[in-house]
Design a binder for this molecule. Structure first.
Ligand code: SF4
Ligand code: SF4
Length: 764
């Protein structure tokens, strides 16, 4: 045996009765065209296809009726021309007898093809375009697995596939579809292999066929002609057709546990898939039919048929002469890996390679299962070198970790273990159930993990949003603080370098200047009066000096006000209208007092009479203005001063205070004795009136304390004022933590100087 012809053996395996002769003696027959075809949307591994036709729509043979829905999915085409009569749940070929989404076509019997796009010159196509042709033809693995062929061809796009393996083993008993296919369509099969070779450019092509198919072997040898593809024939043993097992037989290389052939640079395709690829590329025909074995002792004419997908199983069985009396079990697939089909109305689909209508004699019901006797026969038979009895125990105990550790997912569900088990334990059923449980759990864990990740991502998003909010808040606060600081810097407090908010109204310095200006005015007025009485040159000189001093004081005040205009008064301060009204009242009162005073003179001079007349005119004008302002003033609740006017006690107190002020003013003005006596009498009367009012009010009379204060001269007043301001400024600076040391020192020195000047003046 040359190196090229060398083959390897696999562990385990069994030799059940082949029974292939039942169906391999006649050529492939065309199955009759059914009236209704049911096309399930999911005839493959992956996502179900998406219908692209509507009920009532006429379709042509080969027309797309459902498009692939995702990467791992394949489209579905109309197997014949006719009308779409239903889209929805229909019987599905499954052991459970479930319904599944499908498109039903009522055949019109015309077999009218849609326009096809053959591509015999495929070698000029881009790799992706050729792959797309295969994808759009709706081809999935024809050996029984049903994995989308285009996906399998593109499983490792960046990895070199050095070995292409063509599976013509068909190791399962009864099934002869691939055998007949190779015998009758070897040239198309080899053409399909050529397309695959063009696509993946392998270093070698190995075609594996069991030695129980001499006709197929001969046909393939003829068809291969001069090609370098290696046809490898090996002894019949079940399950040599398993993908991993065939690779091991042909190459001696084991696919790693849990791995794929692509992981070791190999790709395996079934012979039926190769023919479908040939039809799709060379003739432009999508996958709408397949070769299926109809076999079993319950059939009068077992055979292989080329049958349209969607054909009801019942019609095929009828075509093969089903003897219902003989039928014990209908199996879709072979006796080892197939499943019992409960519903005969279910359609034939892309993965249906056999319908076995078995009699009771050929497939008797299995005897009741007995406990495992640990004979080890199952392990001997296992082609995957597993420990089936251990897997069985772990499956019963749902010990998923142990099942994984014992490579449950390397089990190809060949049934060899169950076939040899003397206890008739349905081992494969346990494995299938355990695999289902584990996959369900994995799905749940995956969903839980995804939910957890979504939750954590949401929490993270919320946390970031909270952080951003806090950062924004801090930025706003910093901005506000900056603006405040800039405002304070722009308007520093008078006499202080420390930034502070500008107070409402006049600054301390302005107040001081205002007081000085007022005092200068008072001194000037007083001197002018004296000059008016005693016109001496000394008095004139004094008046001139005082006028200059008053003008200078007023100028200083005006300059200070212009340099630093007073800040707006607070809301609680009187309004401009209030101030005008108040001023008008004061002006009127002062003029009235001056008029009265002059009116009391017994022999007024001409000048005094002129002055009296002027004052009366001014008083009239002032009273008119006051009347107007009072008329414009809003109506408000009676203020306390007005309330006092109607309160006898308060009125008496005010009257007394006024008399006291008048007397003080007269004393200050050094009025004559008569005037002073008159004012003293008026004060006494006012005191008596107050006592009477107090007695009338019922309130205890206040203890009358009369202080005889010595009149203060202007220089002392000015020095005292300076001391008061200096002290106030110093206190203010001492309360401010930000006051500079040199500023504080200067303020203390100012106070000390002022106090010293006052003391020197008083002691002089
Ligand atoms: S063949 Fe059956 S009885 Fe024997 S060890 Fe395996 S499971 Fe147990
Ligand atoms: S069914 Fe699984 S465990 Fe049993 S022989 Fe086949 S591969 Fe081994």
């Amino acid at each position: 045996m040359t190196a090229q012809q060398r083959i390897w053996d696999i562990p385990g395996g069994i030799h059940p009765a082949e029974r292939k002769e039942l169906s391999n003696r006649t050529p492939i027959q065309p199955a009759p065209l059914p009236k209704h075809l049911t096309l399930p949307l999911n005839q493959h591994i992956g996502a179900p296809a998406e219908p692209v036709v509507a009920v009532g729509e006429r379709v042509l043979k080969g027309q797309l009726i459902a498009a692939a829905n995702g990467f791992v999915s394949v489209p579905v085409h109309a197997p014949t021309s006719g009308t779409v009569s239903f889209i929805g749940p229909q019987p599905y070929p499954h052991v459970s007898g479930i319904l599944a989404p499908a498109i039903v076509i009522d055949s019109d019997g015309l077999e009218q093809w849609c326009e096809l796009t053959p591509c015999p010159d495929y070698r000029h196509l881009e790799h992706s375009a050729l792959l797309e042709l295969i994808r759009q033809a709706g081809i999935s693995g024809m050996g029984g697995a049903g994995f989308p062929t285009a996906v399998k061809l593109n499983a490792r796009p960046t990895q070199k596939t050095h070995t292409l393996i063509i599976n013509g083993t068909e190791c399962e008993p009864y099934i002869t579809a691939d055998d007949l296919l190779m015998r009758e369509r070897a040239s198309e099969l080899v053409s399909g292999i050529d397309i695959l070779v063009h696509l993946i450019k392998p270093d070698q092509v190995l075609i594996g066929i069991e030695d129980n198919k001499p006709g197929a072997i001969a046909a393939m040898r003829d068809a291969l002609a001069e090609r370098s593809y290696q046809l490898k024939v090996f002894p019949t043993k079940y399950p040599s057709g398993g993908e991993k097992q065939l690779i091991q037989i042909l190459t001696g290389v084991e696919v790693p546990s849990g791995g794929l052939p692509a992981d070791i640079g190999m790709l395996c395709h079934n012979v039926g898939t190769c023919v479908a690829i040939h039809d799709a590329v060379i003739h432009g025909k999508p996958l709408i039919s397949r070769i299926t074995t109809l076999t079993g002792e319950a059939l009068a004419q077992p055979m292989n048929v080329e049958v349209l997908l969607g054909t009801p199983v019942s019609e095929l069985l009828a075509f093969a002469g089903l003897d219902k009396a003989k039928l014990n079990r209908l199996i879709m697939g072979g006796p080892m890996m197939g499943f019992t089909l409960p519903d005969f109305t279910a359609p034939l689909i892309k993965t249906t390679n056999c319908l076995l209508a078995a009699s009771a004699a050929e497939l008797p019901p299995p005897p009741p299962a007995m406990p495992c006797i640990r004979c080890g026969e199952c392990a001997e038979a296992c082609p995957a070198s597993l420990l089936p009895q251990q897997l069985h125990f772990f499956a019963i105990g749902q010990e998923h970790e142990q099942l994984r550790a014992h490579n449950l997912f390397d089990c190809i569900e060949c049934g060899a273990c169950a076939y040899v088990c003397p206890s008739s334990i349905p081992l494969v059923q346990y494995y299938r159930a355990a695999k289902g449980e584990i996959r369900d759990l994995e799905q749940k864990q995956l969903k839980a993990e995804q939910s957890k990740q979504r939750f954590e991502l949401r929490q993270e998003r919320l946390r970031r949003a909270e952080e951003q909010k806090e950062a924004d808040r801090q930025a706003r606060a910093a901005k506000a603080a900056q603006a405040k600081a800039a405002q304070a810097q722009a308007a520093p407090t008078a006499g202080s370098d420390a930034p502070a908010a500008k107070p409402a109204g006049l600054s301390d310095e302005q107040k001081k200047l205002k007081i000085e200006a007022s005092m200068a005015q008072v001194a000037l007025k007083k001197a002018e009066k004296q000059l008016a009485t005693h016109a001496t040159s000394e008095l004139q000189t004094q008046v001139d000096a005082l006028r200059s001093a008053a003008a200078a004081a007023q100028l200083a005040l005006d300059t200070a006000l212009a340099a630093d205009p007073p800040a707006p008064v607070a809301a609680a301060a009187p309004t401009a209208d209030d101030s005008a009204l108040k001023k008008a009242k004061i002006d009127a009162a002062m003029l009235r007092a001056q008029v009265r005073k002059l009116e009391k003179l017994e022999a007024p001079s001409d000048e005094q009479q002129d002055e009296l007349q002027q004052l009366r005119n001014q008083l009239d004008a002032a009273q008119t203005l006051l009347a107007n302002l009072e008329a414009q003033a809003p109506v408000t609740p009676a203020p306390q001063a007005e309330a006092a006017a109607i309160d006898p006690l308060k009125k008496a107190k005010i009257e007394l205070a006024m008399k006291r002020v008048e007397l003080k003013k007269a004393e200050k003005a050094q009025s004559d004795e008569a005037t002073l006596n008159s004012l003293r009498e008026a004060l006494t009367l006012a005191e008596q009136a107050l006592h009477a009012a107090e007695a009338a009010s019922g309130k205890p009379a206040p203890e009358l304390v009369r202080t005889d204060k010595k009149p203060i001269d202007e220089a002392t007043r000015a020095l005292k004022t300076e001391v008061a301001f200096a002290r106030a400024d110093l206190r203010k600076l001492e309360r401010d933590d930000n006051s500079a040391t040199d500023v504080l020192t200067a303020a203390r020195q100012r106070l000390a100087d002022a106090e010293q000047h006052l003391a020197q003046h008083q002691s002089a």
